[in-house]
Design a protein around this ligand. Structure first.
Ligand code: ADP
Ligand code: MG
Length: 321
């Protein structure tokens, strides 16, 4: 099978058919029509086999996850998903694998009105890059900077599920179906992210863990914050773990949550609650923004939890020459 056959069979007509795509897969470039007074939000992520996913993981889940990671970034800015490009490096052609991967990608793309408009196919160690493109009205995107002292801090979903699944798999144990799904098929909070435009003062998606990611909001906004660990939203599985071991690093720093963390003025509390209700999304208020710098995590007795580690960093400073 030639490269072009593969592109035709597995990567053409993937996702939604959008009226704003003049040319999609098949030419040297895709051509897109951008409405006036609109900004394009772009995000690219690369997932490397053995680093970001297990080499033998389910390819359909992987097709889902590579796109979910990009859609989560769009959600974090309140951008409406529109298009995606996909660069795939494969060690060999395995049509069963390609079919399943393409199915997982196509299904999530279709759910969010995204069209796959182009990409690249090369041979080498299994590596997948996805660029997600979204649209947002000029000036309306929610940024990391913008949090103000007095703002409340909200988090969607539950934290630490993917981290716990990974730990269990590493230990040769079997995670529950719920935990496995949270690791392999995260649901990007696109609707929530878009609905928080005009309400949230700052927002980020949780890919490295709440401690590190909320830290990015605080640094960008020039503020500090305090969160109460008892208020963190935890699934039963993670709650049991934390109760047994007091290991708050699991929900705070294990990463791959793909939920949203956002700050908003306290007087919008009811609006945010109504929004969560309308969308059927669970939102928990976990703390508040303060003057100063840094994040303080409070235990139930009012003492401060000191984490043993931060988020996942591919290039930790200590390793640099
Ligand atoms: P070029 O050599 O001009 O860069 P390619 O031969 O790489 O073009 O690709 C041909 C067409 O197929 C292009 O429109 C490209 O965007 C698309 N394409 C290639 N690989 C993929 C992929 N993995 N997914 C989606 N589209 C792809
Ligand atoms: Mg060309």
């Amino acid at each position: 099978m030639s490269e072009f056959d593969l592109i035709r069979d597995y990567f053409t007509g993937i996702g939604s058919r959008r009226a704003d795509v003049s040319i999609g897969v098949g030419d040297d470039c895709a051509l897109l029509r951008i409405p006036p007074e609109t900004e394009v939000a772009l995000s690219i992520d690369t997932l490397v086999s053995g680093v970001h996913f297990l080499p033998d993981c389910d390819p359909e889940g992987l097709g889902h996850k590579v796109l979910a990671v990009g859609l989560s970034d769009l959600a974090a800015m309140g951008a409406e998903p529109a298009w995606a490009t996909l660069a795939l490096t494969l060690p060999r052609v395995d049509e069963g694998w390609l079919g399943a991967f393409s199915r997982g990608f196509a299904h999530l793309a279709g759910e969010h009105g995204v069209e796959l408009i182009g990409g690249d196919l090369t041979r080498g160690p299994l590596t997948i890059s996805v660029q997600a493109h979204g649209l947002v009205q000029e000036g309306q995107a929610v940024r990391r900077r913008g949090a103000q002292p007095g703002d409340l801090v909200g988090v969607s979903g539950t934290l630490g599920d993917a981290g716990l699944a990974l730990r269990l798999l590493d230990a040769g144990e079997t995670p529950t179906a719920f935990l496995r799904d949270r690791l392999e098929r995260p649901s990007p909070q696109v609707e929530l992210g878009c609905a928080l435009r005009g309400l949230a003062s700052a927002m980020i998606d949780l890919s490295d863990g709440l401690a590190a990611d909320l830290g990015h909001i605080l640094d960008a906004s020039g503020v500090g914050a305090e969160i109460r660990l008892v208020d963190l939203p935890l699934s039963e599985e993670v709650r049991d773990r934390v109760s047994a071991s007091a290991d708050w690093d699991l929900p705070l720093a294990s990463g791959d949550d793909y939920e949203l963390c956002f700050c908003f003025p306290a007087e919008r509390r009811d609006q945010v609650a109504m929004l969560a209700e309308r969308l059927g999304v669970r939102i928990h208020l976990v703390g508040r923004v303060l003057h100063g710098t840094g994040l303080r995590c409070l235990l139930e007795d009012g003492s401060t939890w000191r984490s043993g580690r931060g988020g996942f960093d591919h290039f930790p400073a200590l390793d640099l020459p």
